[in-house]
Design a protein around this ligand. Structure first.
Ligand SMILES: [Zn+2]
Ligand SMILES: [Zn+2]
Length: 275
């Protein structure tokens, strides 16, 4: 008896996708409904919402993933107006901005000088969001809010009202230690405050975190608890081992810059700055 090899199946699938005109260019794609997609990884998690005349892109990924993501988007853009939102200034969320020529590219109110100190000119947004804007995308009411300082000085969340879905950027992570960078404004107390605001201000069924799997509201309470635990651990040496155990499955991205010890020492140095 003869079996088709895995390679054979892969090339058959490739032919099928090319014929069907819907290659995913090797990207992982979660189709939530015909107009709404989540594309995890290759940098931060991204979202695509397709309306009749406008297509909304949330975070543009990095490096090769950004280039392939752009091709995937253009296959579906059909000449529509493109609006890109960056949840924050880190390059794993903004590395594909330059591919979206003529698009409106929205980010928190960092301003161009700060942007150029921390990111590339070619990826610079053309609209700085001070507070909140709304967008109608195919009947979906999208709220884009500058939530203020937490992971960076001007984190932005994107909320789809009908779908009760929120994109948090790195304000919320699922199963990852946060990358805490002083120069862009990371502040642990502000993370906690911002997450409290999310819970109060939005009716949330689905949370798309900056990194890690999509989930429900529990992602927010779990990540808030992480910071509360780490704050306690930073003040009480007996708690440190317990917390190290509790969060031992958490991953570190970028490697060597995020992790249990990095979070602890960040909290300690922040506290000593305040005292
Ligand atoms: Zn990130
Ligand atoms: Zn980040």
């Amino acid at each position: 008896m003869k079996f088709i090899s895995l390679k054979g199946i892969a090339s058959l699938l490739a032919v099928f996708f090319i014929l069907a005109g819907c290659s995913n260019y090797g990207l992982e794609v979660e189709k939530i409904d015909p107009d709404f997609y989540i594309l995890p990884g290759e940098g931060g998690n991204s979202g695509v919402l397709i309306g009749d005349s406008v297509i909304l892109i949330i975070d543009t990924k990095m490096k090769q993933g950004a280039e392939r993501f752009h091709r995937w988007v253009m296959d579906r853009a059909e000449g529509k107006r493109i609006v890109v939102v960056n949840t924050h200034i880190h390059k794993d969320h903004t590395g594909g901005n330059h591919y979206y020529e003529n698009a409106e590219i929205v980010a928190g109110d960092y301003g161009s000088q700060f942007w150029l100190q921390n990111n590339a000119r070619e990826d610079m947004p053309n609209r700085w969001l001070v507070d909140t804007m709304h967008l109608d995308v195919g009947g979906e009411i999208v709220t884009i809010q500058n939530i203020g300082q937490s992971h960076t000085f001007d984190d932005v969340v994107v909320y789809l009202r009908n779908r009760k879905t929120i994109f948090t950027g790195d304000l919320v992570l699922n199963g990852y230690h946060p990358y805490l960078e002083e120069s862009v404004g990371a502040n642990v107390d502000d993370y906690i405050t911002a997450m409290n605001h999310l819970m109060q201000d939005y009716d949330i069924a689905t949370v798309v975190p900056g990194h890690g799997k999509t989930g429900d509201q529990d992602l927010i309470t779990t990540f808030r608890q992480y910071f509360l635990d780490m704050k306690s651990a930073s003040e009480d040496i007996d708690l440190t081992d317990a917390m190290r155990k509790k969060y031992k499955s958490y991953r570190s991205l970028p490697v060597n810059k995020a992790g249990f010890d990095q979070t602890l020492s960040y909290i300690r140095s922040n506290a000593s700055l305040r005292n």
